[in-house]
Structure formats: C-alpha cells, structure tokens
Design a protein around this ligand. Structure first.
Ligand SMILES: [Zn+2]
Length: 250
C-alpha cells in the first residue's frame, strides 16, 4: 500500500530512543488506533518534532503511513500535554498501565471505537487530580468487554432485578440478588457494599464522576475483586501493572 499523509488525533506514550537521534513511540489515536511512530531527529538539539512528542503529549499529528508497521511524523498541530501525569511518578504509573492495558487488547491500527474516549477521559481525570485508583478500577471494569469478557453487573443473572443486595459469581460471570443466593452457592460471598461500589464503578460514565471520595477500605476491596476477575478470565501479567502495584504498596 502506498504511504500517505494523514492527520490523527492522539496521545504519545512509550517513547524511547531509536537509531542515532530518532525517537520511537506509540500513538493512541482516534482515527488509526494504536501504532508505532518514528520521530526523526527527535533527539537533535534544534528538533521541532522532539518537544511536541514527549510522553503524555496529545493533539493532532500529521503522519506518513501505509496503515501497517512504523509510521513517521511529518508535523503537528495544537499540542498539549497531560503535565500533571508527566511530572508525577504515581500518576504516570497509573496512566502507563491503562495505556498498556488497551494496547494489549487491540492489534496495531485497529479502530479503538469508544475505548478512545474512555482512555482519553480517564487520563484527563487523572491529570485533574481525581483519585487515580478509582479511575483505574472504572477503566478495568469497562475494558473487560474489549477483551471479550462482559460481566453482568447491571442485573441479577437469575431474575434480572436491578436493585437490592447482590453478590458476584465468577463462574456465572455476573451478580446475583439475595433472593437467589441459594441457587449460586459458588458466589464470592462479598460484602454487599463492595458489590454496590463495583456496580457503580462499572456502570457510571467516567465523565460523570465528580470529586468523589470513596472509603479507602472499600476501594481496596473492590481492587482485590477486580484483580480476581482479571485473573479468572484473562492471562495478562502486564509489567506496568506489577510496577504500579509495587509503587502503591499492594
Ligand atoms: Zn435474583
């Protein structure tokens, strides 16, 4: 396929030095999904492309691409940066894990669909100092379906009831209401408050999340449940996740 110039809206991540003075990074883009970009001469002192492509920069990038392999950067417009993320190790670890998580769910240049806005908004919120642990858990729950896993968190898997006291079953892949606990003996036996928070995190849109303040204990418990859901359904073992867990001491 011929190489063509294309303008994409996207976020730069995983930037590293390449060849003599180039940088190679990944772009998380609206139009072209996730792909690798060569920034020629990015490390030369007078490079104009270099400063516009630091990690967590975002804006419009004009690329030379054939729709596969490495594309190269021609020019850019309206570049900003998630500077709070760039300058904070913990926020950066969260952002890097979330980008890694979606990077593993898609092949290169595959359209991201609604996941683009989900991740863009998540990074925006982390950059605005909203609790990154809550944002992370919301993204983890929402991204599961991209991996082909869709836990039923909206309604009881037996009767479809949407309100009340619930537990979760890994085997059944969904919530069960207290009237039907006896039909699902293998349920997780979770504190109903934990299930309620899990449902909120899964069902509420990230945009609608205000300056929330969630009980630390409860938040730690939902984190453990999400980890269990991930290890029951997927085999990921992401280094960025391990790094984040080490950094946040659990
Ligand atoms: Zn039920």
């Amino acid at each position: 396929m011929a190489r063509e110039l294309e303008e994409v809206q996207g976020i730069i991540f995983k930037r590293k030095k390449y060849k003599e003075a180039d940088a190679l990074c990944k772009v998380f883009s609206k139009e072209r999904g996730i792909f690798t970009l060569d920034i020629r001469g990015a490390y030369r002192p007078k490079s104009k492309l270099g400063p516009a492509t630091l990690n967590y920069s975002f804006g419009n990038y004009v690329i030379n691409t054939s729709g596969k392999g490495i594309s190269s950067l021609r020019t850019y417009k309206n570049i900003k940066q998630f500077d709070q993320i760039f300058n904070d190790l913990v926020k950066q670890a969260y952002a890097s894990y979330l980008l890694d998580l979606v990077d593993h769910a898609f092949i290169e240049y595959q359209s991201l669909g609604p996941t683009y806005d989900l991740i863009f908004t998540a990074l925006q919120r982390i950059n605005e100092n909203i609790d990154p642990e809550v944002i992370k858990q919301m993204v983890e729950l929402k991204v599961l379906q991209v991996y082909g896993v869709k836990p039923q968190l909206k309604a009881c898997i037996i009767c479809g009831k949407e309100q009340g006291i619930f537990d979760y079953s890994l085997e059944k892949g969904g919530i069960v209401c207290n009237e039907h606990f006896h039909l699902v003996p293998e349920r997780m036996h979770l504190n109903p408050k934990v299930v309620a928070l899990l449902r909120t995190l899964a069902l509420v849109r990230i945009e609608r999340l205000g300056a929330i303040n969630i009980n630390e204990k409860l938040k730690f418990q939902t984190k453990k449940v999400i980890n269990r859901i991930y290890s029951a359904y997927l085999d990921l073992n992401l280094k960025s996740k391990k790094f984040l867990d080490e950094l946040t001491f659990n």
